[in-house]
Each structure stands twice: as structure tokens, then as C-alpha cells.
Design a protein around this ligand. Structure first.
Ligand SMILES: Cc1cc2nc3c(=O)[nH]c(=O)nc-3n(C[C@H](O)[C@H](O)[C@H](O)COP(=O)(O)OP(=O)(O)OC[C@H]3O[C@@H](n4cnc5c(N)ncnc54)[C@H](O)[C@@H]3O)c2cc1C
Length: 392
């Protein structure tokens, strides 16, 4: 049988994980990424439940265990910077001590890249311009000028996926805005924080400083409620900075210093807190994986876990079914319940951390004080482990 060729767009988490499994199953894989090199920034991310089994089967679990940042405490502050509660983060996110992993997004991306760089064709600094599907394959024109034909094209290019736009149309019908925006960037750790996070809140606004391990840098996060997504700011970093500075003007605690640092930050990551929900994840020879198909939002803490599990399931389906339509149908049938269950976690845990009214903030604070005095182990979330993986 001819080797099947697959083009994957996006080399963050879902893309390299899919590339790893597809090349193991004998596919010829090309990975195109618009950024010039692997992107290593970002907040620490969680790997839990079924996704842990995926990274174990990829052989990167020991490496990720060594990179575990082991956050031991989250401290919540009121408008004046006074402590409301301080607790083990596992009490909030359903994490399981000794099992679940929290690693810097860049450490996960680097581990995934190490597993593919010798076997997968990597095209950094390029992206898909147009796609044209026929019975025989997908003709792809790249922005860099190249033209090639692949048997299949997979979009792993995130929440605002260009591949999705080309194969399914505009983002709007699939985009479910959850009412918040966030800006993340790094600042020097002049606070002496280690293995912990501090979250300041007023109704509709939250500012966090997060020490991943005992690094000399902190992840700063400014989150705010906003009824409509700020469309005009999406492609304009200066507008993003102005918007955030305006929302947090007059805020107390360390927020003024954070706003000053954001102005100069070269790693600002600004986005909406949204989910992608689609009735189908494939159209002909094109399919989607990870945030492109089913972003759950950071309020669930499950984005990277869904990307890893989705990549594994898609590759396994393509390996099991020579016919791509049957493979895509199996991928969707077997993965969708897990995705739906995890997207539904948005109403719990982290989402409740960002109340928009004084009353809701008081309820949250009462909940945090209660959690601070209750053992964490009992709160594992069944949704994180509800899918049993097929054999590799
Ligand atoms: C630099 C970075 C920082 C992040 N920081 C955070 C964070 O702080 N908090 C959080 O909750 N989530 C963050 N995320 C998102 C998080 O990684 C994802 O929610 C999750 O891991 C799912 O991964 P994914 O691979 O499906 O999508 P993503 O991680 O979003 O990756 C999509 C990839 O596709 C690439 N891409 C986009 N468009 C194109 C195109 N047209 N052609 C080719 N490539 C394209 C992007 O550069 C990126 O590498 C970050 C993502 C990135 C890339």
C-alpha cells in the first residue's frame, strides 16, 4: 500500500503529538508552523487523567515528571491585598497528588518536539494559504510560495484556526465566548515566590502572579470580564495593552507594577476565554484536533490534556481505517463524549474563581475558606479519566 501523506498545521501541543503517532504508524508527516521556531512561552499547564497515559505511551512521562513544577499553595487576596484564603491548588482543580503533572507549556512543547524532529518534515515560518480538495488529495498552496498535494490535512492551529476557516468557514458559529479576556506575560520574580500562586480579585477583575517552581521569573496574568469579545484588539498588540491598562486603571496591590511590566513585555499572550464547539470535526480530507476543534478554555485547565488525547485518538483511528472518512468518523465517535464532558467542567473549579459581582465574589471567598479546611484528595474529577485509550 502507498504511504499516506499528512500535512499538519500548527506545532504547539496537538500538532507534534499527532505527528509523533502518525509517523509511528507509518504515515509520511509534514508539520507546518507559522512561527519561526517552536514556541516555548506560556503559563504552566496541567496533564491529568487519560492524557497522562498518552504521555506515558509516548515515552516522555519521566522527562515531564522531572519538569513538574509542583505548585503547593494558592493564596487569594482581596481588593486591598489582604489574604482571604490560602490552599492546596488540588482542592480547586481536581488534581491528584503524586499523579497529575503541571509543567511549563514550553517544557511540554519541547518534549514533544524531541520525539519528532528526526522523523517528521518540519516547516517553520510558513503556513497554509489555500486548500483545494479533490477525490485524490488536498492541493495546498503555502504562504511561502510552495505548492504540494497531501492525502490528508489536519488543523492543529489553535483556537483561531486558519485551517478551520478554510475548510469549515468563519470562526463565529463555532466560537463560544465565555465572557472573559486575559493577558499573560512574564515578570522578574522580585517577590520571593516559589511553587505558589497569588491571586488578587475584585468583581470582574483578577490579577495573578504565579511562580512555576522556584524560577527567577513569574507568570503574570490579568483576567477581566467583558460582555463582548474585543474584536478590534485581536490583531493589535498596542490595542491589547491599552485595553488591559484601561480595565485595571486604579487597581490596588501589585497591579500598577504589573501594568508597567506588561507595556514592555516581549512575550505578551492576549486572548479571549472561549470554547470551540463544532457539530463535526472533519470535512472531506481535512480534520481538526486540539483547540482548533474543541478548545475547552483555560477555565477548565484541560486544553493540553484534550489536545494530547485527541491527537492519540485521531492517529489511532487513521491507523485502524484505511478509508479516511471511516477514520474521521471513528475519531469523532470515540472522542466526542470525553471532549463534551471536559468542556462542561467550565462551570466548576477555576471558572468560579473569577466572579463578576460583589455577591458572587463573597460566595467564592466563602467557598475558598471552606476548601482550605477540607482535605483535597476526595475531589478528583471523573471527566479527566473517562476515556479508555485503544492499544497503540
Ligand atoms: C505561545 C503560546 C502560549 C500559550 N500560553 C497559554 C497560556 O498562558 N494559558 C493557556 O491557557 N493557554 C495557553 N496557550 C494555549 C495552549 O497551549 C492550548 O490551549 C493547548 O495546549 C492546546 O494546544 P493546541 O496545540 O491545540 O493549540 P495551541 O497551543 O494554541 O497551538 C496552535 C499552534 O498553531 C500555530 N498556528 C496558528 N495559526 C497557524 C497557521 N495559520 N499556520 C501554521 N501554524 C499556525 C500557533 O503558532 C501554535 O503553535 C498558549 C499557546 C501558545 C502557542
Amino acid at each position: 500500500m502507498n504511504v499516506r501523506t499528512v500535512l499538519i498545521s500548527g506545532a504547539s501541543i496537538a500538532g507534534p503529538a499527532l505527528a509523533f503517532w502518525l509517523q509511528r504508524y507509518g504515515f509520511a508527516v509534514t508539520l507546518v508552523e507559522k512561527s519561526g521556531s517552536p514556541r516555548t512561552g506560556g503559563y504552566p499547564i496541567d496533564i491529568r487523567g487519560t492524557a497522562l497515559e498518552v504521555v506515558r505511551r509516548m515515552g516522555i512521562l519521566p522527562r515531564l515528571r522531572a519538569a513538574h513544577v509542583d505548585t503547593r499553595r494558592m493564596t487569594f487576596l482581596d481588593a486591598d491585598g489582604i489574604e482571604v484564603a490560602s490552599l492546596d491548588p488540588r482542592a480547586l482543580d481536581g488534581g491528584v497528588a503524586g499523579q497529575d503533572l503541571e509543567v511549563r507549556r514550553g517544557d511540554l512543547a519541547t518534549a514533544l518536539h524531541a520525539g519528532i524532529r528526526d522523523d517528521v518534515e518540519l516547516l517553520f515560518g510558513d503556513s497554509i494559504d489555500t486548500l483545494h480538495q479533490s477525490e485524490h488529495g488536498v492541493d495546498v498552496a503555502f504562504r511561502g510560495g510552495g505548492r504540494r498535494t497531501f492525502d490528508l490535512v489536519i488543523g492543529a492551529d489553535g483556537l483561531h484556526s486558519h485551517t478551520r476557516r478554510l475548510a469549515f468557514g468563519p470562526e463565529e458559529p463555532f466560537h463560544h465566548y465565555l465572557g472573559y479576556c486575559f493577558a499573560g506575560f512574564t515578570v522578574p520574580n522580585t517577590f520571593g515566590l516559589a511553587h505558589e500562586g497569588v491571586l488578587w480579585s475584585t468583581p470582574g477583575r483578577a490579577a495573578a502572579l504565579y511562580a512555576a517552581g522556584d524560577s527567577d521569573e513569574l507568570h503574570a496574568l490579568l483576567t477581566f470580564a467583558r460582555p463582548q469579545p474585543p474584536h478590534s484588539a485581536f490583531r493589535d498588540p498596542r490595542a491589547q495593552r491599552d485595553l488591559v491598562a484601561g480595565v485595571f486603571a486604579g487597581a490596588g496591590w501589585e497591579v500598577p507594577g504589573m501594568l508597567a511590566a506588561m507595556r514592555d513585555a516581549d512575550d505578551l499572550f492576549f486572548d479571549v476565554v472561549s470554547q470551540i464547539r463544532m457539530p463535526r470535526w472533519s470535512a472531506g480530507r481535512v480534520a481538526l484536533v486540539g483547540d482548533a476543534a474543541y478548545a475547552p478554555s483555560f477555565l477548565t485547565g484541560q486544553g493540553s490534556s484534550l489536545a494530547l488525547v485527541g491527537a492519540y485518538m485521531l492517529a489511532a483511528s487513521l491507523a485502524a481505517h484505511p478509508d479516511h472518512a471511516a477514520a474521521f468518523a471513528a475519531y469523532e465517535r470515540d472522542t466526542r463524549p470525553f471532549v463534551t464532558e471536559n468542556q462542561a467542567q467550565v462551570g466548576t473549579g477555576d471558572a468560579a474563581l473569577f466572579p463578576t459581582t460583589p455577591e458572587a465574589l463573597e460566595r467564592r471567598n466563602t467557598m475558598l475558606r471552606t476548601l482550605a479546611t477540607t482535605p483535597a484528595a476526595a475531589r478528583e474529577r471523573p471527566a479527566h479519566s473517562s476515556l479508555t485509550l485503544p492499544a497503540a
